[in-house]
Design a protein around this ligand. Structure first.
Ligand code: GLC
Length: 494
């Protein structure tokens, strides 16, 4: 196993409540994930990131943690987690957990026993706004007679990282899981850990609204990431720090890799998810990211997650041809791809009627969190979120060699076979309007036509290794490459 194993890896995000239910109570669980490891190994993914699995009142479905070293009883036990880690490892799959350092649940014992771990003020001190609800980020607490800060829901008080006793608590939490064989963490709101010590007002920019300059994105946060990186590197193999550093400012985002490459190992590239599936928009974003990244930094590409919803809907409007273009892109850009459960099926947003909405956010993120359809029957009994449409499901697509699932599996296998597809430099190639093409190292060219007209690319030589339409694979290209609308090709170059 190479040191920085994540650079060659394909990551897979599991939303535990919605992935697989082992005991038929309608809520997915850890034993369910273990039962489906065979599927994940067959698909070819290298690591699984689990959204928070800890005890939580579930105001924000696990992102309001009340015990960082426990397991939520809905999801199982610590033994179930240990079993998942060891059975996954036996199949060559690593397990990542989700670390939530910005805030806890108000039900966390710290909130009453260690109020000094939180941010308090006698009066509302500034204009900071809560992300959930949009009102003031300060809430009056009767018991203390003071206001506390909550950048997210009222039930999610922000931690005060200026208190020097907070950092050692989190180092203890990191070690607890690393010692159990957890391969790393996805770090929730990795850009927000510290808040301005003076609690200055966030600036309001006319026409653009509020900029979270003081409530988030403080320079001191970098020191914490550096400390965690040092800690992660005391393990063998080093543990992975994958950050949700949610900045759309490419320079600011690139800063989370550390000036000396000593902070995050991977950071999600949210800029791409804010672009349409459009060649001009996306190649511009990728060029900006490539230009801004420190030489040794590695981005993490995704098109879906539990917050932003499903790429098959947002980027492709349910069109499987365009879903495959998006998957081909995510798996062949320079960086580490992270699939969200169901992406491999082309799963679209679920239908969640207003009466079934459980999310605290507005608009609801529930359509992107509906249960994984394992078969046409679904394989769920009265699930916590509705599973209305099972037309795209694992069993049927596994049996169909033309399916998006088989395409994704072949794409992952090809990425493994052609080392340049994961390790080679990204060089954009000339392409007509509507198309986007790039070379990866010396061994591969990827070409996507995201427009409405057929396009022709020139000067490409090699053998067609994979196409989104599954036609022409194995054919030789000597110069000209014709691409119909909504199609993509990977050429193994000579
Ligand atoms: C992150 C999570 C999101 C959660 C929020 C607050 O953005 O991805 O699901 O609601 O943090 O913890």
């Amino acid at each position: 196993m190479s040191d920085r194993w994540w650079r060659d890896a394909v990551l897979y995000q599991v939303y535990p409540r919605s992935f697989a239910d082992s005991n038929g109570d309608g809520v997915g669980d850890l034993a369910g994930v273990t039962e489906r490891l065979e599927y994940l190994e067959w698909l070819g993914v290298d690591a699984v990131w689990l959204n928070p699995v800890h005890p939580s009142p579930n105001v924000d479905w696990g992102y309001d943690v009340s015990d960082y070293t426990g397991i939520h009883p809905d999801l199982g036990t610590l033994e179930d987690l240990d079993r998942l880690v060891s059975e996954a490892n036996a199949r060559g799959i690593r397990v990542l957990l989700d670390l939530v350092p910005n805030h806890t649940s108000a039900q966390h014992p710290w909130f009453r026993q260690r109020p000094d771990f939180y941010v308090w003020a006698d009066d509302v001190p500034n204009n900071w706004e809560s992300i959930f609800g949009g009102g003031s980020a300060w809430e009056y607490d009767d018991e203390r007679g003071q206001y506390y800060l909550h950048n997210f829901a009222v039930e999610q008080p922000d931690l005060n990282w200026w208190n020097p006793e907070v950092a050692p608590e989190f180092e203890r939490i990191l070690r607890f899981w690393f010692d159990r064989g957890v391969a790393g963490f996805r770090i929730d709101v990795a850009h927000a850990i510290y808040k301005d010590r003076e609690l200055r007002d966030d600036p309001v920019i006319p026409g653009l609204g509020m900029r979270r300059r003081y409530s988030m994105f403080r320079p001191e946060t970098h020191k914490i990431l550096q400390r965690w990186r040092t800690l992660a590197e005391t393990y063998d193999p080093p543990r992975l720090l994958l950050g949700e550093a949610y900045s759309l400012d490419v320079e600011q985002w690139a800063g989370y890799f550390g000036e000396h490459g000593d902070e995050l190992d991977l950071a999600f590239a949210f800029m791409l998810t804010h672009a349409d599936l459009d060649a001009a928009q996306m190649r511009t974003v990728v060029a900006e990211i490539e230009a801004a990244l420190p030489a040794d930094a590695w981005p993490c590409w995704m098109g879906s997650n539990h917050d932003i919803g499903r790429l098959a809907t947002r980027w492709a409007n349910g069109d499987d041809a365009r879903v495959r273009c998006a998957l081909m892109m995510l798996l062949t850009l320079r960086g580490t791809p992270c699939l969200y459960y169901g992406d491999e099926l082309g799963l679209t947003a679920g239908d969640v009627p207003a009466s079934r909405i459980l999310d605290v956010a507005e608009p609801s993120r529930d359509p992107g969190r509906t249960p994984m359809p394992w078969s046409a029957e679904g394989d769920w009994h009265d699930p916590w979120l509705p599973l209305a449409d099972t037309s795209r499901n694992v069993e049927d697509q596994r049996a169909d060699s033309d399916s998006t699932l088989q395409f994704t599996r072949d794409l992952i296998a090809l990425r493994r076979r052609i080392g340049d597809l994961h390790g080679g430099a990204y060089v954009e190639l000339d392409a007509p309007d509507g198309a986007w093409a790039w070379r990866r190292g010396g061994r591969a060219v990827v070409a996507l036509n995201l427009g409405d007209d057929e396009v022709e690319l020139v000067d490409i030589h090699g053998a067609i290794a994979l196409t989104t339409s599954r036609s022409h694979e194995g054919e030789v290209v000597s110069g000209r490459l014709l691409l119909p609308p909504s199609s993509g090709v990977i050429v193994e170059t000579v």
